[in-house]
Design a protein around this ligand. Structure first.
Ligand code: ARG
Length: 663
């Protein structure tokens, strides 16, 4: 049962009648949205605050409007008589009988009473998308787990979902690797572990390219830093204007100059660090001197690859499967699969057509030898073809959208990508609209950066895929320690053998990593901390998994046949407030899932599960289950336990997290 959507439906009928202007459905929608769950049980289970704005609109006292609204409202089957409080709040308390009926339906429903979407939509979800042969970073884990969870949730709600891993398998990193392979390869290392060697080659060439670029940029960057510093100093010593407003402006200008000077100083420092990194290492320094044109040569390798050079294509065909297999290993451990893996290379042949079509429609124009799309409201154009004829990330994304529209006619395409790419997506979507795809919802589901405890973007030690895997290993290792300690501390002695402990640790460790990510508001940066993610208390996977195992252990201890219990005619009774509160929370599952997909936020689900576990704790403290006063109460409470466990397990599954029966 989705209480909130039923209530909103009933409200919309009453509101439409009251407003007496059937055309104004937007207004009704807005008012209906004001039916919410109560923050405080004192005010009932749900609350509607729409009488205030409605009163204003109609020029009538809100309390009168609330009274009339309540009179028109047809909710007697669901709610106790509504109460009007204060200026016109409508407080609703669900009838216990309605709750009991809904629980009975959930007990025998595989979907726990969650109805599939009335209007199923088709979603293409673009997530993970690492650049193969280039170090995968922590952000790719974020994209992977958020995208996976959204796919699972949308599917569960009855939508058609196509997951497509748009891997970067065609970019400039290949030029670097090709160049590195041809010039710096350690053949025996390549034979032993090709991907590790390719990653080393990428880092090496990238470092050399970065070095020469930094050397070239440094003088100008320093001059700019000095200029800004001098202007800031001059501004500081300038006489302060007697005019208050002018003085304020002066101060503001000074602040701006100072922050610009600081930023530029940072740019200089970063360039110097890049240079020092190479010059501090005799071998690197020698290579840098030997290959002054490494940047241009790496680019030339990419261009040759794109032009169909046989040797480069052969190597590319050798490298890509190796790299993908490496990434696949991480997906297997994360429990993530994709329907499609159509990388950038897949679109290569379509790119000239994209540019031609944009030109035809007058969207793309030549500018300084490049082909650009100029868009209203943007300072910079979107470049779709460079001076040298190379196509760009954006060109490929345009081709990808056209392909997806043609193949799946989706209602929505979601891009789960780092928020630092938001300008790219804004420009991309704006172009796509003009290009003619205007019926599709295009959504950049952005996310923040993973930080280390010192507040810098989190980096694995080696910064490559192997490094990323060691992240999983460490989480699992730490989980093993916790699981073992807890097991050893059990009052009756340890109950898990070594193999079970290892299995549990893999599940718990990976879950901790995922949940830490999913439980954040995705747009915020968050600090990566093993201790926090594996904590037994607080909103963590470990806590949720324990909660689940604890609920399940009741059935073992009481030797309860749960299937028989579900099939029996036992029902739930809600005598105690803690029972009622738990029941209400169980029945909110469907609302929580709606909240996830409304804004593509898995943390709505983690927050819900955490609340549910909290309600369960209170219930468990206050209401004996196996030692309930009578058989009926015992059965009723066992049913609440069963629904709690099933809801937690289902919720965690939608987050891509597995549960264990024993911990
Ligand atoms: N490969 C890109 C990166 O690692 C992400 C690609 C996201 N998807 C897309 N269609 N642009 O930054």
């Amino acid at each position: 049962m989705n209480t909130i959507s039923i209530l909103r439906q009933r409200f919309s009928h009453a509101l439409a009648a009251l407003l007496d202007e059937p055309a104004d459905s937007a207004a009704v929608c807005e008012l209906v949205d004001m039916v919410r769950r109560s923050q405080d049980a004192k005010f009932g289970d749900y609350q509607a605050n729409c009488a205030m704005p409605l009163g204003k609109r109609l020029g009538r006292p809100p309390r009168d409007v609330a009274t009339e609204l309540v009179e028109r409202l047809d909710i007697d089957d669901l709610c106790e008589p509504a109460e009007i409080a204060g200026p016109g709040f409508i407080n609703l308390r669900l009838r216990d009988a309605a709750l009991v009926d809904a629980l009975a339906a959930a007990v025998v429903d595989e979907r726990l009473g969650v109805a599939p979407a009335e209007r199923p939509r088709t979603f293409v979800i673009d997530y993970s998308a690492p650049n193969v042969a280039k170090p995968m970073h922590v952000g790719h884990i974020r994209s992977t787990v958020i995208g996976d969870s959204l796919s699972r949730t949308l599917r569960f709600l009855g939508h058609r979902v196509v997951t497509d891993n748009h891997v970067g398998d065609w970019g400039t990193q290949f030029g670097m690797i090709l160049f590195g392979y041809k010039n710096f390869r350690d053949e025996s290392a390549y034979q032993a572990s090709p991907v590790t060697e390719l990653a080393r080659l990428y880092r090496l060439v990238n470092q050399l390219v970065g070095y020469h670029a930094a050397v070239a940029r440094l003088p100008e960057a320093r001059a700019e830093a000095e200029r800004l510093q001098a202007s800031a100093a001059a501004a500081q010593h300038a006489p302060v204007s007697a005019d208050k407003k002018e003085a304020k402006q002066q101060k503001k200008a000074l602040q701006k100059l100072r922050s610009q000077a600081d930023d530029q100083a940072k740019v200089v420092a970063a360039l110097e660090a890049t240079i020092a990194g190479v010059e501090g290492d005799p071998q690197l320094e020698r290579l840098a001197a030997e290959y002054p044109d490494v940047g241009a040569r790496a680019l030339a390798e990419t261009a040759k690859l794109h032009a169909g050079d046989a040797e480069n294509l052969r190597l590319w065909h050798e490298f890509v499967p190796l790299c993908l297999e490496d990434i696949e290993r991480i997906y297997r451990r994360l429990g993530v699969t994709f329907d499609e893996t159509l990388g950038e290379s897949f679109y290569h042949e379509r790119l000239p057509g994209v540019v031609a079509s944009l030109r035809e429609r007058g969207l793309a124009t030549d500018s300084d030898g490049a082909v650009c799309v100029f868009l209203d409201g943007f300072d910079t154009p979107m470049i779709v073809e460079k001076q040298d004829g190379a196509f760009l990330y954006a060109t490929t994304d345009l081709a990808t959208i056209a392909y997806r529209m043609e193949r799946w006619s989706p209602d929505a395409i979601l891009y789960v990508v780092d928020h630092r790419q938001s300008l790219h997506f804004e420009q991309l979507f704006a172009t796509v609209r003009l290009w003619g795809f205007d019926g599709v919802e295009l959504e950049h589901v952005g996310f923040g950066t993973v930080m280390d405890t010192s507040g810098k973007p989190y980096k694995t030690r080696s910064g490559d895929t192997v490094g990323l895997e060691s992240l999983l290993d460490e989480a699992v290792q730490r989980a093993l320690k916790i699981v073992s300690e807890n097991d050893d501390a059990k009052p009756g002695g340890a109950t898990l053998d070594a193999a079970t402990r290892a299995q549990v640790a893999e599940t718990v460790g990976i879950a901790a990593l995922k949940y830490a990510d999913l439980s954040q508001n995705r747009e915020s940066d968050y600090v990566f901390s093993y201790d926090k993610m594996l904590a037994m208390n607080g909103n963590t996977a470990t806590y949720m998994q324990y909660a689940y195992a604890r609920v399940r252990s009741i059935f073992a201890r009481g030797e309860v046949d749960v299937e028989a219990l579900r099939a029996s005619d036992a029902g739930v009774a809600l005598a105690e407030p803690a029972e009622r509160a738990l029941a209400l929370e169980i029945l909110r599952f469907s609302e929580a899932l709606d909240a996830v997909v409304a804004d593509y936020r898995p943390n709505q689900l983690t927050a819900y599960l955490f609340d549910l576990a909290g309600r369960y704790s209170t219930f468990f403290e206050q209401c004996p289950v196996l030692k309930a006063p009578d058989a009926e109460t015992r059965a009723s409470r066992l049913l609440l336990c069963d629904l709690t466990a099933r809801t937690i397990a289902q919720g965690l599954e939608l987050l891509g997290i597995r549960v264990v029966e024993k911990m």
